[in-house]
Design a protein around this ligand. Structure first.
Ligand SMILES: Nc1ncnc2c1ncn2[C@@H]1O[C@H](COP(=O)(O)OP(=O)(O)OP(=O)(O)O)[C@@H](O)[C@H]1O
Length: 305
């Protein structure tokens, strides 16, 4: 059974804002599903429905086979959630807060084990209000881990964490996933999505615009060759159909579905013309390329062909 099944989900706010406009995806056990997107794309609106905090406007959501609102009791003990606003009382110490949460669970891990898993043992006696932003984020994660969840929902879990803490959270998440936990992850850190996601979807204005494994998503975007505009555009015949050439600022930019072939042609042209291509750079497609293409409103290769 899938940890999450989302079918034709929409969510419209009272203001009329259509935050989610008909999305479907599934997350099997033991996998990380990355939900990515531009600001306001609908990630948090989707996560809230899956976490049982809001009802869908239409469509259906199943979490571990259950309706996350109507069958909340069946779901609550089997899931862990890290949302953007962790709401633990600031007067309590780290250890007190984690023990308090453990008291509400059926078979919690020992509080010290959860605290240790997020490297907060040295801060166990410190009041939450004195923690740094990154330490609070790790405390939220410690609480989410307490119930040995089958599904972890992580909404931007490493925002505000330094590079070392971020990596230790990644290692922790991968360890849980190797043990069979499913993870729904939203993040603005593309490196994090690349590092953790077994599959991912990119949301844009409430719709999924790209979905699949990292390789599948990236393969639908174009690689880029760029060099100084002083060299001029390659003449007709150098590039194949469907390869776009533009002048962007001081650079000639060529976007292509076949980096090796196009680069070969460009270099052959430049050699023949006795041109040195200033600041030549060839960049394969990546999640970053995909995002920049979204921001520019550029079509994917599939849509363009
Ligand atoms: N409570 C609300 N009332 C009305 N509109 C809302 C509400 N919450 C979010 N929205 C709108 O819904 C859309 C999606 O917002 P959402 O927070 O789900 O996006 P997001 O992908 O999580 O964004 P970000 O990356 O900026 O956190 C946005 O246009 C936002 O303005």
């Amino acid at each position: 059974m899938n940890a999450i099944d989302v079918r034709d989900l929409t969510r419209t706010y009272k203001s009329g804002a259509e935050a989610v406009r008909g999305i479907s995806f599934s997350v099997p056990p033991g996998q990380v599903f990355g939900l990515l997107g531009t600001n306001g794309a609908g990630k948090t609106s989707t996560m809230d429905v899956i976490a049982g905090l809001a009802a869908p406007t239409s469509g259906s959501v199943r979490v571990l086979g259950h309706d996350p609102i109507r069958e909340r009791r069946a779901v609550r003990h089997r899931t862990g959630v890290v949302l953007q606003s962790g709401g633990l009382p600031g007067e309590l110490t780290v250890a007190e807060a984690v023990r308090m949460w453990a008291g509400t669970m059926r078979r919690p891990r020992p509080a010290s084990e959860s605290i240790d898993a997020v490297d907060l043992t040295a801060k166990a006696g410190v009041p939450i209000k004195s923690l740094s932003g990154g330490e609070r984020r790790r405390l939220d994660l410690a609480v989410a881990l307490l119930g040995r969840p089958e599904l972890l929902m992580l909404d931007e879990p490493t925002t505000g964490l330094d590079a070392e803490s971020r990596r230790s959270v990644w290692t922790l998440v991968r360890g849980l996933v190797d043990g069979g936990t499913a993870v729904l992850l939203t993040t603005h850190h593309l490196e994090e999505a690349e590092e953790l996601s077994d599959s991912l979807a990119i949301l844009h204005r409430g719709r999924i615009v790209a979905e699949g494994t990292l390789d599948e998503v990236v393969a639908t975007y174009r690689a880029e060759i760029r060099f100084g505009a002083s060299a001029g555009r390659p003449p007709a015949g150098v590039l194949a159909d469907g390869e776009a050439v533009e002048i962007e600022g001081r650079h000639v930019v060529i976007r292509t579905g076949s980096l090796q072939r196009t680069l070969g042609r460009v270099l052959y042209w430049a050699d023949g013309a006795g041109l040195a291509l200033p600041e030549l750079r060839a960049t394969p497609a990546s999640l970053e390329t995909a995002f920049l293409a979204l921001a520019r409103g550029t079509e994917t290769l599939e849509a363009a062909s």
